[in-house]
Design a binder for this molecule. Structure first.
Ligand code: NAD
Length: 479
């Protein structure tokens, strides 16, 4: 197998260079910058026939890739990370223009950096056969073999990073990959794949840039062996249904509505910044962001004051302005969801501490950073996933009450407990129904640490050795 690197190893210097590399040759549609309304570029409109062609090519390339073994494949993953780093600034600018997120803060440059870091970490994990019985009479060991072709369907909030979460373990395990990006952010994923493909042998990684009908075709495709899906719980359920006839393996990272509980011994001043970013990272458009904040009555007013202070000093605006750390909502539908939920909070008698009134007539989908206090736990802004910059703050009086409210929904992706007493925080963490509970932080994912949802936030694990195993089929050798 010869790496494409040998023929085209040039870094992309500008986002226009990237766009030139992914320019559509057939049917296309315009993609607009959510901050300005200006057209960023045309994106290809691929169809189910394009999907079929990509799957045929990916299937043909898979056996040779699998035969290379873990060490060689890991070398390629590291080369892909090098390629991303060489084109990092061009990727970050395209991501900012298409997704809306600012270059700075935990946003576009951070996301591109995370892509390289995740590839390197995924290349580094050791995966040995596991001996499960060796008692002198019987012997059994478990191996993880490649599955074949993995289909990856992604969302629009972290389009590059989530693509890497899907493609890195898939490739490392000897599979080939066909990706279906969100129709809102196809350019970011096409560009990322163009950069990664500079470092990989041909035909391992394909992107089919179509709408939900292409996603449906992928989820039921007879030659796709596993689907990695990140997106809403409703779409996850549709994928379970359409994948049933082919008994596809699934990893489903679905919606969340993460609770944070501030215990009465927490220090409001010390935790305010971290609470803020736990909720407002990527302008609130993050699966495992803090989306409901429960605060003990004794600290409630102080926490509200500290958060207002932080919120009012965080600049929001066009992503390419180096000063901004918060951006627009990515699309009109999401803007409308956030505006409607804040409206319902107001109608329910809640108090808007800051924000809550978007400026009419502006070109971008900017919704101001919004904090809502004195809100009932059953208000829609609490009970539904807002996926935007509006945080409800709910008062509680006993830890039992807070835990009951935190566990009261049918989703459980992440959660957090905030306290000056680590033992107490761990005790409360153990009572929360969520895939991850962070202490004195929220949403801090790590490529070495398994990540996945409880309840209707999905099933299957990503990251670390557990994430690698999810991209293999276990095979027992017994004698
Ligand atoms: P979405 O479910 O609307 O779309 C996700 C992808 O699914 C898109 O590529 C879309 O084209 C495709 N799709 C739509 N219908 C389909 C179908 N019937 N069959 C196959 N594919 C289909 O999600 P979104 O709005 O892009 O993303 C936001 C949601 O994703 C939020 O709920 C958020 O919490 C969740 N999310 C979860 C994680 C996680 O790790 N758990 C990470 C990021 C986002």
């Amino acid at each position: 197998m010869s790496a494409q690197t040998e023929t085209q190893s040039t870094a992309f210097q500008t986002y226009q260079d990237l766009l030139a590399a992914i320019a559509p040759t057939g049917e296309s549609r315009p993609i607009k910058d959510p901050a300005t309304g200006e057209v960023v570029a045309e994106a290809p409109v691929h169809t189910a026939a394009d999907l079929d062609a990509a799957v045929v090519a990916a299937k043909a390339a898979q056996p040779e890739w699998a035969a290379l073994g873990h060490e060689k494949r890991s070398e390629y993953l590291n080369k892909a990370a090098d390629a991303i780093e060489a084109s990092a600034e061009a990727l970050a600018e395209l991501l900012s223009r298409e997704q809306g997120k600012p270059l700075n803060g935990p946003n576009a440059r951070f996301e591109v950096g995370a892509c390289a870091a995740w590839l390197r970490a995924t290349a580094s994990f050791a995966l040995e056969p596991e001996v499960v019985v060796d008692d002198g009479e019987s012997y059994a060991e478990v191996h993880y073999r490649p599955l074949g072709v993995v289909g990856a369907i992604g969302p629009w909030n972290w389009p590059m990073m989530i693509s890497v979460w899907q493609l890195a373990p898939s490739l490392r395990m000897g599979n080939t990959v066909v990706m279906k990006p969100s129709e809102y952010t196809p350019l970011s994923v096409l560009a990322l794949a163009a950069v990664i493909n500079q470092a990989l042998p041909a035909d391992l990684l394909h992107v089919v840039s179509g709408g939900r009908e292409v996603g449906e075709a992928l989820a039921s495709h007879p030659e796709i062996d596993k689907v990695m899906f990140t997106g809403s719980t409703a779409t996850g359920k549709a994928i379970i249904r359409s994948s049933a006839d082919t008994v596809k393996r699934l990893t489903l990272e679905l919606g969340g509505n993460d609770a944070g509980i501030v215990l009465e011994d927490a220090d409001p001043k010390a935790i305010a910044q971290d609470l803020f970013w736990g909720a407002f990272i990527n302008t609130g458009q993050t699966c495992a962001a803090l989306k409901r904040l429960y605060v003990h009555d004794s600290l409630y007013d102080q926490i509200c004051e500290e958060l207002v202070e932080v919120a009012q000093n965080m600049p929001m605006g066009v992503g390419l302005d180096e000063n901004n750390v918060l951006g627009p909502l990515q699309n009109k539908a999401q803007f409308d969801i956030v505006a409607d939920l804040v409206q319902k909070a107001k109608a329910g008698g809640a108090k808007v501490l800051t924000g809550g009134n978007p400026e009419p007539g502006q070109p971008g989908y900017f919704y101001p950073t919004t904090l809502v206090a004195d809100i009932d736990n059953d208000n829609p802004l609490v009970a539904q996933e807002q996926f935007g910059p509006a945080l409800p703050i709910i008062r509680y009086n006993s830890v039992d009450e807070a835990v009951e409210m935190a566990n009261g929904l049918d989703v459980g992706l992440g959660a957090s407990v905030w306290s000056s007493d680590p033992a107490k925080a761990r005790e409360v963490a153990g009572r929360i129904e969520a895939g991850t509970v962070w202490i004195n932080k929220h949403g801090a994912v790590d490529p070495r640490v398994p990540f996945g949802g409880a309840k209707q936030s999905g099933y299957g694990l990503e990251f670390g050795v557990a994430g690698l195993k999810a991209l293999g089929t276990p095979q027992v050798i017994s004698q």
